[in-house]
Design a protein around this ligand. Sequence first.
Ligand code: ADP
Ligand code: ZN
Ligand code: ZN
Length: 753
Amino acid sequence: MRYVDVILPLPLNDSYTYAVSDAVAAQVLTLTGGSGMGMRLLVPFGKTKTYCAISLRVHDDKPDLCDDKIREVLSLLDTAPVLLPEQMRLWRWMAFYYMSPLGDVMNAALPAGLKAETGYRPKTETCLRLPEKFSTPEGRNIALELLRRMPRQQQVFSVFLTMSGADITREALLNESHSTSAIVKHLVDGGFLQTYEREVGRVNTGGESHPERIQPLSQEQLKAFDGIRKGWEAHAVVLLHGVTSSGKTEIYIHLIEETIRRGQQVLYLLPEIALTVQMTQRLQRVFGSRLGIYHSRYSDSERTEMWQRQLSNHPYDVILGARSAVFLPFRRLGLVIIDEEHETSFKQQDPAPRYHARSAAIVLAQMYGAKTLLGTATPSLESYYNAQTGKYGLVTLTHRFKDIQLPEIDVVDIKDLRHRRMMTGPFSPRLLAAMRAALAAGKQVILFQNRRGFAPVLSCSVCGWTPKCQNCDVSLTYHKRLNLLTCHYCGFTMPVPSACPNCGNPHLSDRGFGTEKIEDLVRATFPEARVARMDLDTTRTRGAYERLIGDFGRGKTNVLIGTQMISKGLDFDNVAVVGILDADAMLNYPDFRAYEHAFMMMSQVAGRAGRKGQRGLVILQTKSPQLPVISQVVHNDYMAFYRDQLVERGMFHYPPFFHLVYIFLRHKTEGVVEMAAQEMGAALRHVFADRVLGPDKPAVARVKTLFIRKIVLKLELGIDQKKTRHALYKVRDGILSQPCYRSVQVFFDIDPV
Ligand code: ADP
Ligand code: ZN
Ligand code: ZN
């Protein structure tokens, strides 16, 4: 008998040790070239469970337990390791740096197909649809009524309704509704949903590669290209700061080609799945089937297949993906490109590991001795600071391709217009005139409103009642098409009451503008225009992004309305006018990064205008036209914006001068979480003194039935990372060891965005 340490796909901090027969131990060692690392083993856990675990090492140190407590490995699942040593190093770094259990990292990293206990991979997946009788709006309301007594089922069913479209997989519903397969089974057994099987598509569709299709670079682009290569001689990371439509992507394509010609692989990360659609087309034109795409919208079997292929001797040379692509195995990574590097969606918020894919990708690149390129028109303060202080190389592109001018940005004071009663709903006369002119000239319009749904608030005009989420401290958003009220935090849904439940008044009125309402208003104002909307609600199903982006790109739609999803990266030829409907929602957001986010969002969305041909026009509607950040956007003055922000950050001890750690505590009883947070705050002050702020109530102080408290830690840059983490764990464990706090959840958010 020998022993093997394994990671289990559970939120456990430590590895577990199992006994293993000499024969299996020998097999594991042989197959891993002696390291014992990266093989999947089936192991028992608890009374009845079995898990697929990952081996870390084989040894002879008997654990300090009585013999009948030591359990034995049931079987070896693979004939080759499922991860390479670099992947395991990345997992370990992530677990350490982001203070996340290694099991959680494993869970985030491995596609479900590799965590399955049998190693079996289905070739079809189960999808769900509404039975005929519930497919009408009346039918849906009847179903919701029938499910009234079964709130969990009703909630999952409601979430399903918000997802309506083609081929909703059971997996997608489980993810979206945070429910268990038992509840979905109840819904199917009860006749509320029907299942059917769908063939799983193959991952690879690319065809031949065509390096001859690469566009020659312009003078300025060529200079940047050389600058980047020169930058890499002295720095592992280079930041490419290039205005929107300067041809950054064309430069990436040249760098990718050069890297794969050397026989190395490229990882190209984008912040949002929506963006991979357009980028796939641009890259596939050149790299054909040498390009693989990886993100969470792919099914488990597709992701598993991709993972296996990357382990094989014929991996994809270029991987284009969102955040989770950093976990893929690479055999000979040579270049990492992080496009739109400023985007906060690179940070995973929930669940653990709460990692930043930009940092993770830089660490990954370093493990392979690969180079990293960060690209953006609006660098994050952290990255620009790193470039200014010599940690990163810096290359700048100041002109758009073909010297097309950056768009003209017109600021419209909507407070003043409201005052003078000159606003038509959310549209200023200036914006309406610009839209009218653009549409008449056969040009396209993009409208940006960073709020989905129809109206953020519904309320009774008599008694003031507003619908609130039963699980969270927020009002429900009104979705008119679905005739539902939904919570954007937990997914809770309910039908719109026909009258105020408080006073019986049958007239509930809505306030504020969501993308859905904007869409209705645009249709009413421009009945001849073809209008589309791109937000979370219209892109839940497979193929939805492709369709929306494809239709707009081909000119089938004239006006595209969207949330932040449309602000980034997209390259359309014919957009003459961009409308930013409500800059203030971003500017007033209670966060020290509000101006940074607002500046980037506005600059990026403005950058969608006039990319080819004529100069574009942006109408920026705001109640605060006098703010410096507005004129910085108007003049595309990144440097002024950067200097202003830096002064504030220095003054208030924020990044890039300090590291931030947020500590969140959650519990179902408010009194308990408050007490635990106070005690934890006091204990932290013992160690970290005045680096600790709080505890405070966050802006939304209850989510998914749990009350929340937040403690902020501001740490100077040189501080010892190991010691800091050790101290944090110690304080946390001190709190959690008290019986009254045992069920309090505590987690750390390192470098929050
Ligand atoms: P960025 O990534 O900086 O926003 P893109 O690479 O998308 O800019 O370039 C903007 C547009 O100009 C794209 O449609 C692109 O195809 C075109 N373009 C840029 N550089 C070249 C080039 N060297 N040759 C041909 N077209 C180019
Ligand atoms: Zn009322
Ligand atoms: Zn909620």
